[in-house]
Design a binder for this molecule. Structure first.
Ligand code: GDP
Length: 331
């Protein structure tokens, strides 16, 4: 079935490359769609834009609700646009939408200054059920934004769940935002996340909070010293900032650029991007296989009865899975 009101592949590619925002948004809708027609169309669009991708700085930003993500991204985005004359795309992944239908990121106006700027593009990504809440098509959306001329791509996630791993696997730099004195010094931050960070920014370092923020910074610096240095030679940084006052935000970006420079010089940057392409391919194969499996007529007809046999304990999960995979594999 042809989805309604689609353009030709060339029209999407030309529109994206010329930076046409309306075509850009429509192309992202195609990319996010699961209709077979759109999946084919996505393939054509991506082939067309691929030579024009890969040049942006890709940054993942995570933090619990209230950590100050949207305020920080707003301040950072304005800095990039006004001081550096660069464009910025923000892809916000809201993991709550699949569970409650509600939204953790909220309906309030986020990034109020950024939304009004022509050089910014903000797009919430529906997360569905993949990769612990990371939108299935965020990588593809990122490429489309790159081809449209955005120098910087920020992928924002709420730090609840496994989305960090997925975001790390598609970005160059992983930044964690933490608030000092929010009750505990390790606010829901699991060890695994600490091992992934390239930098931590302690937010809201202003007014009465400056002292607490500085103390938190020192604590996290000490905590991070316990981890071995990454294979890429980078040691994670901890900085403080105030998005409201605008202090420290520019410095966080300088850290990101420093990281990029170091890793480019040592070749780790290119290696990481290549590895990400392979991860991407493997993810797509896994998604595709799962889809094929669930659509397989014989699997469909036997899945329900096998599921209930496993549930009541008449059949082991092991045997049930083997039977279904045999049916699927055709032998
Ligand atoms: P998010 O849920 O992580 O996106 O957090 P928000 O950016 O919405 O910020 C949560 C609250 O903290 C809001 O009331 C902000 O006004 C406040 N906030 C964010 N950044 C700062 C800051 O730099 N200083 C101060 N004092 N408050 C901040």
């Amino acid at each position: 079935v042809r989805a309604p009101r689609r353009l030709s592949p060339t029209a999407y590619v030309d529109g994206i490359l010329s930076g046409d925002r309306i075509v850009l948004s429509r192309a992202i809708s195609v990319v996010e769609s699961d209709l077979p027609f759109d999946v084919d169309l996505t393939g054509h669009i991506l082939e067309g834009i691929l030579p024009h991708t890969g040049k942006s700085v890709r940054v993942g930003i995570s933090g619990v609700p209230g950590a100050g993500k949207s305020t920080f991204i707003d301040a950072l985005g304005v800095h990039l646009i006004q001081d550096r004359a660069e464009k910025v795309a923000v892809l916000s992944i809201d993991p709550s939408s699949q569970v409650s239908g509600g939204s953790i990121l909220g309906d309030k106006t986020r990034m109020a200054r950024l939304v009004s700027l022509e050089q910014a593009y903000i797009r919430p990504s529906p997360s569905r059920c993949h990769l612990g809440g990371v939108a299935r098509r965020t990588r593809e959306t990122m490429l489309v934004c790159e081809a449209a001329g955005f120098h910087n791509i920020i992928v924002e996630t709420v730090g609840v769940g496994q989305s960090e791993t997925a975001v790390k696997s598609m970005t160059d730099f992983f930044l964690l935002l933490l608030v000092a004195g929010a009750g505990d010094e390790l606010q829901g931050i699991k060890r695994g996340i600490m091992e992934m960070v390239d930098a931590i920014a302690i937010t809201k370092a202003d007014g009465d909070n400056v002292h607490r923020a500085n103390r938190a910074r020192d604590d996290y610096r000490n905590a991070l010293r316990l981890f071995p240095k990454g294979l890429d030679g980078w040691s994670p940084r901890v900085q403080t900032c105030s998005s409201l006052e605008g202090s420290g935000v520019k410095e966080v970006w300088e850290t990101i650029l420093e990281h990029q420079k170091l890793l480019t010089e040592t070749g780790h940057f290119q290696a990481r991007r290549r590895q990400q392409s392979l991860d991407w391919m493997n993810d797509l194969i896994q998604f595709g296989l799962e889809d094929l499996f669930k659509r397989h007529p014989e699997v469909q007809s036997r899945l329900a009865s096998l599921t209930s046999e496993v549930r009541v304990g008449h059949l082991s999960a092991f045997s049930a899975a083997r039977q279904l995979l045999k049916v699927f594999g055709g032998d």
